[in-house]
Design a protein around this ligand. Structure first.
Ligand code: TRP
Length: 381
């Protein structure tokens, strides 16, 4: 009897220990999870990028690059990723890969020239991160073709490129791959130009759908970051017609030399009704004033010039001279850094190589988290 009692006691005791042990384990898991998710999701992370199809211009600068540098130097961000989106560029340049290849270095030089600091920001090449394509494949299953066809940016690009009925599938789907780019880094902030707003909207939809299907909290829902001023969001070209764009041939490039910039300012569209200096002029749609709004720090002086111009008595040549000074002040340090890095292409390639390695490690962590949630982690790797 005593024997059975002591056995029962032992079983009871060990069960109690077991329960306590299990409970402790459970508690530990909860705590670890909490720390992990709190840790991951309270981090402030930026991801952004550009397609390497040409040199960057002033529209890129005020629309996004200047903000990126400011955010980088604010010290408020835990991680910053800047991606050269060569795979996205190939979605409409499949036949001209050399053009994409050449522009990798151009875009990297422009980044470094404007002040992206590789010690603070990770610059990397999209095509070298296979995890992005894996993630894209899974997101593709939760996005409909009709939703992609409704994306306003993709729609206008399709019209512009005269694809008509021969739209490359990869091109139509690039917003999905862009969602992978953003979410693979747990980015919560994406500083881009205004034309990218539909991509962010689609990314947020994909995140919500993933949460609905595979559980809350596996991804971070990102926000767009746009410049405050409307002028900077859509800088017109020097012809004043539309936004600055390589295809329209109305750009001032960050790497343009002083004489080229001067010649472009000379050609700049002003006010066709302002014929004599004494005539009252218009500042609306006058590109010189638009650029002063975007670039000049001395806003009081710009206000004074505007007032004088509208009153009459101020000639275009004088305003253009001031714009030239303002742009030189912005572009001179950019040109200087551009030349320094251009003389050391190996160093630039090393920066990209290091950045790519770091980006790959991060994307791999996030992809593993997603695969676990989707129950496709059969071998626990
Ligand atoms: N679509 C962007 C461009 O045309 C490039 C890009 C690709 C991007 N993936 C991104 C921008 C992710 C921000 C976030 O320049």
């Amino acid at each position: 009897m005593i024997f059975w009692f002591s056995i029962a006691e032992k079983i009871l005791a060990s069960t109690a220990v077991g329960v306590i042990f299990l409970y402790e384990n459970f508690l530990a898991c909860v705590i670890i999870n909490e720390i992990f998710y709190r840790g991951v999701f309270s981090m402030k992370i930026i991801l952004t990028g550009d397609r390497p199809t040409g040199k960057l211009h002033l529209g890129h600068y005020v629309g996004s690059l200047r903000e990126r540098v400011r955010l980088q130097n604010s010290g408020e961000f835990d991680e910053i990723y800047i991606m050269i989106a060569d795979a996205q560029a190939l979605t409409d340049h499949a036949g001209t890969p050399a053009k994409v290849h050449e522009n990798i270095l151009n875009v990297a030089l422009d980044y470094l020239a404007v002040g992206i600091d590789p010690a603070k920001s990770t610059i990397f090449i999209q095509s070298q991160i296979p995890q992005l394509f894996e993630l894209t494949a899974y997101y593709m299953n939760i996005v409909t073709v009709s939703r992609l066809e409704r994306n306003p940016t993709v729609k206008s690009e399709i019209a512009q490129k005269n694809f008509e009925t021969s739209i490359p599938a990869g091109f139509l789907c690039y917003p999905v791959s862009q969602a992978a780019d953003i979410t693979a880094f747990d980015a919560n902030l994406v500083p881009v130009g205004e034309d990218q707003a539909p991509m962010l909207e689609q990314t947020r939809e994909i995140v919500r759908k993933m949460h609905e299907l595979y559980g809350e909290g596996i991804l971070v829902e990102p926000e767009i970051f746009l410049p405050q001023s409307q002028v900077c969001r859509r800088l017109p070209g020097i012809d004043g017609k539309a936004k600055m764009s390589k295809t329209l041939g109305n750009c001032i490039y960050l790497s343009d030399d002083s004489a080229t910039v001067a010649a472009k300012i000379k050609d700049m569209y002003t006010d066709p009704t302002h014929i004599k200096i004494s005539d009252p002029g218009h500042i609306e749609g006058n590109v010189v004033f638009t650029y002063l709004d975007a670039f000049a720090e001395d806003t009081a002086k710009v206000a004074e010039l505007k007032e004088h111009y509208q009153r009459g008595g101020l000639g275009d040549v004088a305003v253009k001279k001031y714009l030239r000074e303002v742009l030189e002040e912005t572009l001179e340090p950019i040109r200087r850094r551009h030349a320094q890095y251009e003389a050391r292409p190996d160093e630039v390639m090393d920066i990209l190589k290091e950045g790519t390695k770091k980006a790959r490690a991060k994307a791999s962590q996030v992809l593993n988290r997603v695969k676990r949630a989707m129950k496709i982690d059969y071998f626990n790797v």
